[in-house]
Design a binder for this molecule. Structure first.
Ligand SMILES: [Zn+2]
Length: 287
C-alpha cells in the first residue's frame, strides 16, 4: 500500500508525474470482433443442457467449440467465480492477468477470455452482458472483474488467525473439478486458477490502490453470455460472499444459486473459425 512517503519529492516531481499514460497494448493490434454474426447465430438455437450451481458450491459443465453458454442470476443477487479449461488439456486454462492486460480490469460484451502460455488464444468471447449499463461508478467500481483472484481458505486462514472454512470458491472449484474429472482432490486443486468474477462489483480505491468490492447490481434475470471458441470445460462457483456487499469466507452472507445453460446454434456464426494455438515458435532465441 502506498501510504508512507519516506523520501522527499525531487524538483521535477510534478513533471514526472504529469506525463500522460500510454495504453500498454494498443487495441488496434487486436481486432475487436463484430458481435453481429455471433448474436445472429442464436436464431433457432437449441438448449443442450443446464446446471444449477447451488449456493456456496461449484459445478463443472462442458461446452463444445461453436456453442454458447449463459450464466444467469436466479433467486437473488449472487456473484460467481468462473474457471475455464481446454476440454482436452487442463494445462490450457484461462489467463486472468493477460486478459486484464488486453481488455482492462473488467470485461463485457466484445471482450475475450484468453488462455495461458504457450497456447495464448481466445477461449471464449463474451457476446452479451445485461449489466453493461453499469459502466464505472463514482468509486471506480465496475462489474465482471479480472483483478481479483478467488476467495480461498489459505488467505482466510492467514487473515483470520487459523480459521478453517471449506466453501471458499477455491475449494468449491477444487471439489467440482475432482468430481467431474475423477482426479484426486489435491491434483484437481492444482488446476484451479484465477477467475473471471462474474457479476462481482469491484475496483481499486483511488487513495491507497486497495482492492474493494461492493454489493453487486445484479438482479434475477441478469445474465452474461459466452461463445466457446474451443472445446471448453467450465467451472462456476456461487461465491459464499453472495452479492459481496460485506467481507466473507463464512456462511454468514445471503447466498443464491446461479444457472448455467448451454446452447447449440443451428449453424456457426458466419465467418467464424476456431482459433489455433499461438503462433510463437517457442525457440526463445535458441536454435
Ligand atoms: Zn468467492
Amino acid at each position: 500500500m502506498k501510504l508512507a512517503h519516506d523520501h522527499p519529492a525531487p524538483a521535477d516531481a510534478a513533471a514526472r508525474k504529469g506525463l500522460a499514460p500510454v495504453i500498454c497494448y494498443p487495441v488496434e493490434g487486436l481486432a475487436r470482433p463484430d458481435l453481429a454474426p455471433y448474436r445472429a447465430a442464436r436464431e433457432g438455437w437449441r438448449k443442450l443442457s443446464e446446471v444449477v450451481v447451488p449456493a456456496r458450491e461449484a459445478r463443472c459443465f462442458a461446452v463444445a467449440a461453436g456453442q454458447f453458454f449463459r450464466i444467469t442470476s436466479i433467486e437473488g443477487p449472487q456473484v460467481g467465480d468462473l474457471n475455464l479449461w481446454a476440454a482436452g488439456d487442463l494445462r490450457e486454462r484461462f489467463y486472468s492477468g493477460k486478459t486484464r492486460a488486453l481488455h482492462g480490469t473488467h470485461l463485457s460484451a466484445g471482450d475475450g477470455m484468453w488462455s495461458s502460455f504457450p497456447t495464448l488464444r481466445r477461449m471464449a468471447l463474451i457476446t452479451e452482458d445485461t449489466l453493461d449499463w453499469y459502466g464505472f461508478d463514482d468509486f471506480g467500481g465496475a462489474v465482471h472483474d479480472v483483478i481479483g483472484t478467488r476467495c480461498d481458505p489459505y488467505t482466510h486462514n492467514l487473515l483470520s488467525g487459523g480459521g478453517q472454512y471449506h466453501h471458499c470458491c477455491h475449494s468449491n472449484l477444487t471439489r467440482a473439478l475432482a468430481d467431474w474429472t475423477g482426479l484426486p482432490l489435491r491434483e484437481a486443486e492444482g488446476h484451479v486458477h484465477d477467475v473471471l468474477n462474474v457479476f462481482m462489483c469491484t475496483g481499486f480505491t483511488r487513495d491507497t490502490g486497495q482492492y474493494f468490492m461492493k454489493a453487486s447490481p445484479v438482479r434475477p434475470g441478469d445474465y452474461i453470455e459466452f461463445f466457446a471458441e474451443i472445446d471448453l470445460l467450465g467451472g462456476l462457483s456461487a461465491c459464499p460472499g453472495g452479492d459481496c456487499s460485506a467481507e466473507h469466507s463464512s456462511d454468514a452472507a445471503a447466498c443464491h444459486p446461479l444457472l448455467v445453460e448451454v446452447f447449440a446454434p443451428v449453424a456457426p456464426p458466419v465467418g467464424w473459425v476456431s482459433p489455433g494455438v499461438n503462433g510463437y515458435d517457442r525457440t526463445h532465441g535458441r536454435p
